[in-house]
Design a protein around this ligand. Structure first.
Ligand code: SF4
Length: 182
């Protein structure tokens, strides 16, 4: 009987064990991680939220995308837009940092995420605090602001929407919508 491996003391070793042992002897080092990583994610383009399987290369960019057969809404099917996530990921025109245009300025400038998040939080709080209404014109308690709105996007999953709406309600927002409904 011909086996594609090595037997040692009753233990069957796969064929690549012998190859690995020879490579180790020769001082060859194999990387611990696969060069191509695969993960499941959601197509970012519309509210259908189709499941995607993406493979990423060593630089973190997408090198392949396929429909996820385990996703209940698309069962492995995809349209051409979602197949193009690979081009989007590798495009030299893709923004890699937030751009900010200050009031009155004509040019955008690159900013770090930490600065942007703090600035957005500061402006939301400032607007909310200065426009907060405890009661309406009839004296009914409303505890709201109508100066800030929240709009969800297609790439938000259930859990993200749940947390976002909790935050919006806690701030007193009443204008809350999702892209899928408008
Ligand atoms: S694959 Fe097409 S239908 Fe599905 S989420 Fe992406 S853009 Fe929408």
């Amino acid at each position: 009987m011909k086996l594609s491996g090595v037997t040692a003391g009753g233990l069957f070793l796969p064929a690549n064990f012998a190859a690995n042992a020879l490579a180790a002897e020769a001082g060859v080092v194999f990387p611990l991680h696969k060069a191509i990583g695969e993960a499941s994610t959601v197509c970012p383009y519309c509210s259908c939220g189709c499941g995607l399987l993406i493979a990423t290369g060593p630089d973190g960019h997408i090198v392949n995308s396929e429909g996820d057969p385990d996703a209940i809404n698309n069962r492995g099917a995809l349209d051409p837009k979602s197949i193009s996530v690979r081009s989007m990921s590798q495009s030299p025109r893709r923004l890699s940092k937030p751009l900010y245009r200050a009031p009155g300025a004509s040019e955008f400038e690159e900013k770090e995420w930490a600065w942007v998040i703090e600035e957005v939080a500061k402006r939301i709080k400032q607007t909310r605090d200065t426009t907060f209404e405890k009661t309406n014109a009839d004296g009914v308690t409303v505890n709201r602001t109508q100066a800030v709105a929240f709009l969800g996007g297609a790439a938000n999953n259930d859990e993200e929407c749940y947390i976002a709406v909790k935050l919006a309600r806690a701030l007193g927002l009443v204008n809350i919508e999702h892209q899928a409904r408008i």
